[in-house]
Design a protein around this ligand. Structure first.
Ligand SMILES: Cc1cc2nc3c(=O)[nH]c(=O)nc-3n(C[C@H](O)[C@H](O)[C@H](O)COP(=O)(O)O)c2cc1C
Length: 208
């Protein structure tokens, strides 16, 4: 359980938690997370979402093959050939890559995957990602770690087939969820002065 339910503190500390314990998650906590997802804004309130919970090790393993392939063949090498992300030192970026690689090799060990899906042809995701963010924040609030992952979509058809998603729905992410091995901590982001403009593009907003 988080030591605070202050929303801003939860947002400041909802980091990607990629090293997870295999311990099962009580249904009461899962229900809280899923209810938060189903509270989210969505276009026209049509709620064409479905949230597939995957706990079966064989299904996770079959889909994880495609996630691992995407990381090792494409995404890992791409990140390694670039510089650190904004707001991160080279060492912090290296730790991020190590954690991402760990997840690629262990994603099937997360006790629960939540796979948010939306009906119809693949769209922008604007109606499903608010639910995803609500679930990430709710997971953090109840002491569960999670990561928003999408790189399995490099092998979308194969991974969705492995997860048994019907052809009239598409998945938009896999959220591997579990109790974290490490501690929650602050997210690392560039300062607002780098990313918020005041009336004129490029003029930093200082908040003064
Ligand atoms: C659209 C999107 C896709 C992402 N896909 C992956 C992914 O496939 N694998 C992964 O390990 N992290 C993934 N992430 C997590 C980001 O790498 C992470 O949010 C970012 O590095 C910032 O780190 P933090 O969440 O720990 O603050 C994704 C995040 C977003 C928003």
């Amino acid at each position: 359980m988080a030591d605070t339910f202050d929303l801003f503190e939860i947002m400041r500390t909802t980091r990607s938690m990629r090293r997870l314990k295999p311990d099962p998650i009580p249904n009461t906590l899962l229900t809280q997370v899923l209810e938060a997802g189903a509270c989210a804004a969505n276009g026209g309130n049509v709620q064409s979402w479905r949230f597939l919970l995957i706990r079966d090790p064989a299904i996770k393993e079959a889909a994880a093959v495609w996630y691992r392939k995407g990381w090792h063949e494409t995404v890992g090498p791409r990140y390694r050939s670039g510089g650190p992300s904004p707001g991160m030192s080279a060492e912090q970026f290296e730790r991020l890559l190590a954690a991402a690689e760990y997840l690629a090799d262990h994603i099937h060990e997360a006790p629960v995957w939540i796979v948010p899906c939306w009906a119809g042809p693949r769209g922008s995701g604007a109606s499903i990602f608010p639910a995803v963010q609500n679930m990430l924040l709710a997971a953090r609030a109840v002491g569960l770690g999670a990561t928003l992952t999408t790189l399995y979509l490099l092998h979308e058809q194969e991974a969705e087939a492995a997860m048994g998603i019907p052809s009239d729905y598409h998945s938009y992410a896999i959220l591997p969820v579990g109790f974290p091995k490490g501690k929650f901590g602050p997210v690392r982001r560039a300062p607002l002065t780098d990313v918020v403009f005041d009336d004129k593009w490029g003029r930093a907003w200082t908040g003064a």
